[in-house]
Write a protein that binds this ligand. Structure first.
Ligand code: NAD
Length: 486
């Protein structure tokens, strides 16, 4: 299986409706994070490749839009089936390219299929309204595609975070130019191209151009691209928003988070610890929705910390291909960043309960207790497997701690009384609030997005998708032109 994967059609190539070399012929050497060894070399796009792809996408888009929703839904349904049939290869790539554990890779593959199925259903929904107007005039507001959508996606859930934008953009009648993260070009792009090619998507409607920030910037400035949908860090998102705004494009920004999990005094501490561990450590904490602050009532604090430490010490760490549940961080820079945050927080007075060490790119699941506002572990998005624990005495204190900072993506509240937990949840500034669950929750049918520095107020998935990936056109019809008094 691994040898076949290395020989994929993407070797040295971009996807432009066919597998083609980059115009300047460059390649990206993709490294397997668990071993640090080269995995594959794929084509490296440059701004000139973006220009060519956007022009070709714009030329192909009108026919796709004119086909109608039924025909588009059939292609999307076939793509969902193709992707489901590729499940084993998809999982393997997610494990090798992004350092995913086997369960995370399997769930990501299933979710990706779900996003395409939901997009197929979206293409069948009615796309307009009849408006009230003067008696002689038929007035219709109809949904029309934007044209070409540029998708910029990150490394952490590369498949899902690309496909959750690609699939609804195509469903609404757009063409797509996708720029996956250069560290995950196959799972974040080429596997999607393969599934849609197998489904019979006409050439020209989907392009996959791996490359760095300069390729993303070229998308933001391209005259043939009408919309940018970006998932990534808040810092890069600001740059994308500025540039795309200057070029008058619609921009959807899905950014970082520092997501609180509140554990109220009537919570079951066993369940709470399992939730906190999942939220903080799943995929090594490299998820925008990762639990970034565990806020626990002081009466449960010691019991919770002891349980988290025991879990941390029991979790297998290493290469996901050897069965590890805590795999590698994406690159050495991220290892150094996580370590610096842990060390600075300990120097500022936090208690290192367990962890704080690393072997290569594998950072041990870590528990930091006594973390307070002002410490980097409390204030910053870590993107590493660090459980950050802070005790509170009152509900007001818990809400205040949860709402500190600029982010507002996801939040969870765990408590015995659902009414009380719900009341506390209503006071949290977050785009997603989960009562009796941790913070890492996503479904294709749910609108996804954050407040504050977690985005620009846009939402993706479910009921948000028609609004985001199309625009209104107002069309009126009269039997004959009116006799205006002029
Ligand atoms: P990143 O912002 O560095 O990179 C994300 C993508 O943007 C990559 O494809 C990258 O090549 C591209 N990029 C980087 N700079 C760019 C620029 N100036 N112009 C155009 N494109 C540019 O993000 P990362 O560190 O790789 O990913 C982790 C971040 O993503 C975290 O902050 C995480 O919270 C966030 N994230 C958010 C969501 C969400 O849905 N809200 C989901 C996953 C990850």
């Amino acid at each position: 299986m691994d040898t076949q994967m290395m020989d994929g059609p993407w070797s040295g190539r971009l996807y432009t409706g066919a597998w083609t070399p980059a115009l300047a012929g460059g390649v990206i050497d993709v490294v397997e994070p668990a071993t640090g060894r080269p995995l594959i070399a794929v084509g490296r796009a440059e701004p000139a490749d973006v220009r060519a792809a956007a022009r070709a996408a714009a030329a192909a888009q009108a026919d796709w839009a004119a086909r109608g929703g039924e025909a588009r839904a059939q292609v999307l349904e076939a793509a969902a089936r193709a992707l489901a049939d590729m499940a084993e290869v998809v999982s393997r790539w997610l494990m090798r390219e992004s350092g995913s554990s086997a369960p995370k890779a399997a769930v990501e593959g299933q979710h990706a299929v779900g996003f395409v199925r939901h997009a197929a259903a979206m293409a069948l929904e009615p796309g307009g309204r009849i408006l009230a107007s003067t008696p002689a005039r038929t007035s219709v507001a109809e949904r029309v595609p934007l044209g070409v959508v540029g998708v910029i996606s990150p490394f952490n859930f590369p498949l899902v975070l690309s496909i959750r934008a690609v699939a609804p953009a195509l469903a609404a009648g757009n063409a797509v130019v996708l720029k996956p993260d250069p560290r995950t070009p196959v799972s974040g792009g080429f596997l999607i191209a393969q599934a849609f090619a197998a489904a019979g998507l006409p050439p020209g409607l989907l392009h996959v151009l791996p490359g760095g920030a300069e390729v993303g910037q070229a998308l933001c400035a391209d005259p043939d691209i009408a919309m940018i949908t970006f998932t990534g860090s808040t810092g890069a998102g600001r740059k994308v928003g500025e540039l795309a705004g200057r070029h008058l494009k619609r921009v959807q920004l899905e950014l970082g988070g520092k997501n609180p999990l509140l554990i109220l005094e009537d919570a079951d501490v066993e369940l709470a610890a399992a939730n906190a561990a999942w939220g903080a450590w799943l995929h090594q904490g490299q998820i925008c929705m990762s639990t970034g602050r565990i806020l626990v009532h002081e009466g449960l604090h010691d019991a919770l910390v002891a349980r988290l430490a025991a879990k941390a010490q029991a979790l297998p760490v290493g290469d996901p291909l050897d069965g590890a549940i805590i795999g590698p961080l994406i690159d050495p820079g991220q290892v150094a960043r996580v370590d610096a945050i842990v060390k600075a927080s300990v120097a500022a007075g936090a208690t290192l309960v367990t962890g704080g060490t690393h072997d290569g790119r594998c950072y041990a699941p870590t528990v930091l207790a006594g973390v307070t506002p002002g410490m980097p572990a409390f204030d910053e998005e870590i993107f590493g497997p660090v459980a950050v624990v802070t005790a509170f005495a009152t509900e007001d204190q818990a809400v205040d701690l949860a709402n500190r900072g600029d982010y507002g993506l996801a939040a969870g509240v765990i408590g015995g009384s659902v009414d009380r937990a719900t009341r506390v949840g209503a006071r949290l500034r977050a785009g997603h609030v989960h009562i009796n669950d941790q913070t890492v929750v996503a479904e294709p049918q749910a609108p996804f997005g954050g407040m504050g520095a977690s985005g620009n107020g846009s939402r993706i998935s479910g009921p948000a998708n028609w609004e985001e990936f199309s625009t209104w056109r107002w069309v009126t019809t009269q039997p004959q032109a009116p006799a205006y008094p002029m």
